[in-house]
Design a protein. Sequence first.
Length: 115
Amino acid sequence: QIHLVESGGGVVQPGGSLRLSCTVSGNISSRYSSAWYRQAPDKQRELVAAIPFVGNPNFPDDVKGRFTISRDHAKNTVYLQMNSLKPEDTALYYCHAFYMGLDYWGQGTQVTVSS
């Protein structure tokens, strides 16, 4: 079994910052690709950041320059640093891992950007 647990969500004012964490546990080595997705009410789930096991991270245009993704292999944790947050960033944020041909998801952590 492989488990992903997100943390770090909350309520923040526009222009503020949050750092999300995703701890990966279970029968998994460090050789997996990981990503963060989000889903706002009445919208489809969308990618916000991805980092392959080897290679550079990539981001969609609407978060590029504001979000960064990183991994701590020793802690098996993936981070999403979000700066200059906007109300349209409000969503449920999910951690994703792709390992041995399978997709794994966390339960999500809510991010609300509001004044």
